[in-house]
Design a protein around this ligand. Structure first.
Ligand code: PAF
Length: 255
């Protein structure tokens, strides 16, 4: 497994690849089974698998959230090695943003709901860094999890709008046996909270309406940020022990 710590070194290496297909999994590290499933699919569908690990400051709207984001780099690299990843990009912020946050991608009227209104700057930060990474990797395919469905949808629209020749591949959410969606933020929860957090999936899948889902979350001690329905899916964001968790399911999957 090759590790590239600078965009300059990676770019020189990238010029030598022509012919084999490249699949790309962008991540912020703290890798879990959800990431592993993206990597496995990527490996199955491409000749070369590239993973990036970059905790992107521009998508955090709270300094505290950025500071405490888990960064278990050695474990992440060991996992990627076991998964037989070919190339890992580990750029530093000053390399990806050499002039600070000089340009950013703005989604105009595309998406104003949920993360767009509850986390100002989040989607701009994601799209801007993903555009940079897609341009650096120039992959045939890039893999994104459906847990971050609004992010996935916005990225797919951006890629289409800017004629980026990378296919965006949506991948199903991976869950713990309790139903809790795999997320890097789960590592910040106590064992007790991790049990309680399964209420998000239960609320999404068993409630008859949004009000009932919200009440169920509150009854379990979660502080609700939103419960909404869009694009044939039901979404929730809620805080537990100060950790913000999100999830969504197709409305058709309601039990
Ligand atoms: O989903 C994530 O981990 C991040 O938002 C992404 C897509 C890697 C951009 O920083």
């Amino acid at each position: 497994m090759r590790i590239w710590k600078t965009t300059a070194e990676w770019t020189i290496h990238r010029r030598t690849i022509s012919g084999p297909t490249i699949g790309f999994v962008p991540t912020m590290g703290a890798l879990h089974r959800g990431h592993a499933s993206l990597v496995e699919r990527c490996r199955a569908e491409n000749d070369i698998t590239v993973v990036s690990i970059f905790v992107n400051p521009s998508q955090f709207n709270e300094a505290k959230d950025l500071d405490r984001y888990p960064r278990p780099l050695d474990c992440d690299l060991a996992l990627l090695d076991r998964l037989q990843v070919d190339d890992v990009l580990l750029p530093e912020a000053k390399d990806l943003y050499p002039h600070g946050y000089r340009f950013r991608i703005e989604a105009d009227s595309l998406t104003k709901e949920m993360e767009a209104s509850h986390r100002p700057g989040f989607l701009q930060g994601v799209m801007t860094v993903v555009l940079k990474l897609l341009n650096l990797v120039r992959a045939d395919r890039a893999y994104f999890g459906e847990k971050d469905y609004q992010q996935l949808r916005t990225i797919a629209a951006m890629v289409e709008e800017f004629f980026i020749p990378t296919e965006i591949v949506p991948c199903a959410t991976i869950r713990e046996p309790s139903g809790l969606a795999e997320s890097s933020r789960n590592a910040l929860l106590s064992a007790d909270a991790r049990q309680k957090a399964a209420a998000i999936y239960r609320a999404l899948t068993t409630s008859n309406n949004l009000q009932q889902a919200e009440s169920l979350l509150q009854a379990e001690g979660l502080q609700v940020d939103y419960v909404e329905e869009h694009w044939g899916r039901r979404f929730a964001a809620a805080f537990l022990e100060g950790v913000r968790l999100i999830d969504n399911v197709p409305i058709a999957e309601r039990k």
